[in-house]
Design a protein around this ligand. Structure first.
Ligand code: DLL
Length: 442
């Protein structure tokens, strides 16, 4: 089902006209109302009136996360505080969080975008949606919640955690759609199995998973474990929250960007120059309709590629690939670049291990040392205990090392751990642990 047929199937010239008009409004608004943007535009000698085509966007400066931190908490807002009806923040690993604000109209637009997303994922009015994204300052819970209500679904605001209660409510409320981070939904499915229940026996038909990088192989694991169709949803608080882009359940072939509200560019992260369609680079978004917290050319740090061909579902928006990962999470191992999600893709093909892993970065002398921790599954663990424990584990280790080496071209030391050794997530999974400061190994 297409929620907003008119806006989701615009032809290229209609779309460009709307985007340009909205871009001009946004550039004027930030110039007039946010001193940070006025100073930046002035220092580059650019005036918003010069934006006469979408290409002119490239005259405007980039915005980065540090700019948000430097203007903590409300310094980049473009409206009077009396118009702000909602605040969200992302925790940030160090220092102050980054804060974003919404007017009543922003919440309305966001709800509509998420309603479109849920419909694209297979949701329908009058069915039930189980929302296991965290509620609070994180945009996942409330973002999906408002969109689900807008679509007309009965929304279960369970949030993350308390997994046995989640399972009870899935059984009793009979939801058609479940939302959450892929790592947490996997956790729910595993606990169901441990309780002796079959996760494919529920009423669930569709899953809306995102907020963290995940792989095609993880999609297959989740789809077969839960007997559902799973789609990828992308977003970030600085740009809006969930719903910036979503796959449709019909094609599951790239995420439709809500490009009547967010203009996308893909750049080479080193040079800042645009890359061609289909080539991977850093996603950069400009909001086109936001009032409280408009953002110009925001460098997301997320690596993906875009595709402008028409999708079989009928939507005409530009689509982005899965996000491979954040630039900060890219591992450089002996000169070879690899993202954790690429490792995950191969790891999940190994049937003797659980779909949980962690990558630890340590220092060995002056060199970085990378270790991949995986967890053997219960059946294989038994076999190891009954048979030649070390030989079994050793061969599994060798097998994984070889698989990663031949596909990702990096040599990583693998540690095979016993069942339940790796901490399960209730929100965003922590895949990379950087112990380089603490651990100088000899
Ligand atoms: O994670 C918003 C969200 C909520 C998206 C629920 C999807 C579902 P932040 O906490 O600001 O917002 O984190 C944004 O998470 O820059 C990406 O690095 C990562 N991310 C989000 N969605 C995906 C995805 C929410 N589908 C940051 N695939 C982004 C990979 C994702 N990474």
């Amino acid at each position: 089902m297409i929620y907003n047929v008119k806006m989701e199937t615009l032809d290229a010239s209609q779309k460009e006209r709307i985007q340009l008009e909205r871009l001009q409004n946004t550039a004027n608004s930030v110039y007039a109302n946010v001193p940070f943007y006025k100073e930046k535009f002035d220092s580059l000698g650019v005036n918003p009136n010069e934006i006469q085509s979408l290409d002119d966007l490239r005259k405007l400066p980039f915005t980065v996360k540090q700019d948000l931190r430097d203007h903590y908490p409300f310094g980049l807002f473009a409206v009077d505080q009396s118009e702000v009806v909602r605040l969200h923040a992302s925790s940030g690993t160090s220092g102050k969080p980054t804060v974003v604000g919404y007017t009543r109209n922003d919440i309305n637009v966001w709800s509509e975008i998420v309603a479109r997303s849920i419909a694209a994922a297979g949701g329908e009015p009058s069915k039930v949606l189980h929302n296991a994204y965290g509620y609070g300052l994180f945009t996942g819970g409330l973002g999906l919640h408002y969109g689900s209500e807008r679509l007309g679904m009965a929304t279960v605001p369970i949030s993350g955690g308390n997994t046995s209660r989640q399972i009870l409510l899935i059984e009793d409320f009979q939801p058609q759609v479940i939302c959450g981070t892929p790592s947490y939904i996997l956790n729910i499915a595993e606990i169901m199995e441990k309780m002796g229940k079959n996760p494919t026996d529920t009423s669930l038909q569709y899953g809306i998973f995102g907020a963290e990088p995940w792989s095609e192989e993880m999609r297959q694991t989740l789809e077969s474990k839960l007997g559902i169709k799973a789609v990828d949803i992308y977003g970030l608080s600085e740009v809006m929250g969930p719903g910036v882009a979503i796959e449709c359940h019909e094609a599951q072939d790239g995420l439709h960007i809500a490009d009547d509200h967010f203009f996308v560019e893909v750049i080479d992260p080193e040079t800042g120059e645009p890359v061609s369609d289909g080539e991977y680079g850093e996603l950069v978004f400009t909001s086109l309709t936001k009032e409280a917290f408009p953002i110009i050319r925001y460098r997301t740090g997320d690596i993906a590629a875009i595709n402008r061909t028409k999708c079989q579902c009928g939507r005409t928006s530009v689509r982005m690939s899965r996000v491979k990962g954040r630039i900060d999470d890219m591992l450089i191992i002996r000169g070879v670049n690899v993202f954790p999600s690429e490792i995950e893709n191969y790891l999940l093909q190994v049937t003797e291990i659980m779909p949980h892993y962690q990558i630890q970065l340590m220092k060995k002398g002056t060199l970085d040392h990378v270790e991949l921790h995986v967890e053997v599954n219960g059946d294989h663990f038994k076999k190891c205990q009954e048979n030649l424990e070390h030989a079994e584990i050793y061969s599994l280790k060798e097998k994984i090392q070889h698989l990663i080496k031949s596909n990702c071209l990096v040599s990583i030391k693998v540690q095979v751990l016993g069942p339940n050794s790796i901490q399960r997530s209730e929100g965003k999974a922590v895949r990379v642990i950087d112990l380089r400061k603490e651990s100088v190994m000899q």
